[in-house]
Design a protein around this ligand. Structure first.
Ligand code: PBG
Length: 327
């Protein structure tokens, strides 16, 4: 039946009707808040291109985690910042029992045991060269040596109390290596959130300032994915599933909505979308200039990630969004 019997506008005629038939919901429990934590320095240090987001001390991170908990957010995702003296060729700060992520994980789990803590597992914040793996003399990033180091970092984070580990390096075989290492330590119930389809993106710029992880030479295109590749993203996700991933991620989110949908359809696993630092910076800048209505744009964007197939959205807007969803 067509017009005039059929009128799609009928179900759009009032707010309660629109609420009743909306296909996609957005709740605070779907949102994950990233936190940048430094073991030294001021309690809070601003990040140039990320208004409102600070790099914080362990004590401040515990407070932020408390706020995340009170707002009903799904989890926090922890990133460490290491000073130059704490960086080395291998990135050993990543598996140091007294490393910043290990310290803050323990502190947050002590203060807020009910809050889910996910740790980003990577070497780039701790390597002197800023790459996500072990660098050979010819400057290439060596795969098989790197995954052993990444697995070591994951075990150390899980031992510190992380509820879930999230390898973000894009080395081949790292999910299998992390799973085997966790299992060998009896950590068989620690889930892995795999950064499966992580693209070599210009949208990570503000983040690299936040944690001081910009590569000292070259770029990440030898391990992160080419932005033109959707089939390969699905293949990467399926490989991670085979290796034992519990949740798969697509990152960045906004320019890759099609990839989120394809990965969701192909894996049938929970899918996370990472609404990255550059996406956040664009919205903040446009809102500050008065060009966009921040609240409306953020809620529309987060809903779009859910509609595309994301079960979980990692976003720097998480606290604001949770507040807006309450009112
Ligand atoms: C570390 C890592 C990056 C991000 C998350 N984990 C940066 C990168 O790969 O250079 C980006 C997050 C963001 O931009 O918000 N490997």
């Amino acid at each position: 039946m067509a017009f005039p019997a059929t009128r799609p506008r009928r179900l759009r005629s009032s707010a309660p009707l629109r609420d009743l038939v909306r296909e996609t919901d957005l709740g605070a429990g779907r949102l994950v808040l990233p936190l940048f934590v430094a073991a030294e320095g001021p309690p809070r240090a601003p990040i140039a291109a990320m208004p409102v987001v600070d790099r914080v001390s362990v004590a401040e991170a515990v407070k932020d985690a408390g706020e995340a908990c009170a707002l009903g957010l799904g989890a926090v995702l922890l990133f460490g910042w290491a000073g130059p003296q704490d960086k080395d060729e291998q990135g050993s700060g990543a598996w140091d029992e007294q490393g910043v992520v290990q310290l803050v994980t323990r502190a947050i789990k002590d203060a807020h045991p009910e809050l889910l803590v996910i740790t980003d597992t990577c070497l780039c914040q701790y390597t002197s060269h800023g790459h996500c793996g072990f660098v050979r003399e010819d400057g290439t990033v060596e795969n098989d040596a790197s995954i052993e180091l990444i697995a070591r970092a994951a075990v150390s984070q899980a031992r510190a109390g992380a509820d879930m580990v999230a390898p973000s390096d894009m080395m081949d075989g790292r999910i299998g290596a992390v799973r085997a290492a966790l299992d060998a330590e009896g950590l068989t119930n620690t889930p892995i959130l795999a950064y499966s389809a992580k693209f070599a993106s210009a949208f990570y710029g503000p983040f690299r300032e936040a944690v001081g992880s910009a590569p000292a030479f070259g770029d990440r295109r030898g391990y992160q994915m080419d932005p033109g590749n959707g089939e390969e993203a699905v293949r990467e996700a399926l490989l991670d599933v085979q290796e034992g991933a519990d949740i798969v991620m697509v990152k960045p989110a906004l320019p890759y909505l099609d990839v989120i949908r394809r990965v969701k359809d192909a894996t049938k696993l929970p899918v996370a979308a990472y609404n990255v630092s550059g996406e956040y910076a664009m919205v903040k800048a446009a809102a500050a200039a008065g060009y966009l209505d921040e609240r409306a744009v953020v809620l529309e964007t987060l809903t779009a990630f859910r509609r595309a197939g994301a079960d979980i959205v990692i976003t720097y807007h998480a606290k604001d969004a949770a507040r807006w969803l309450q009112t």
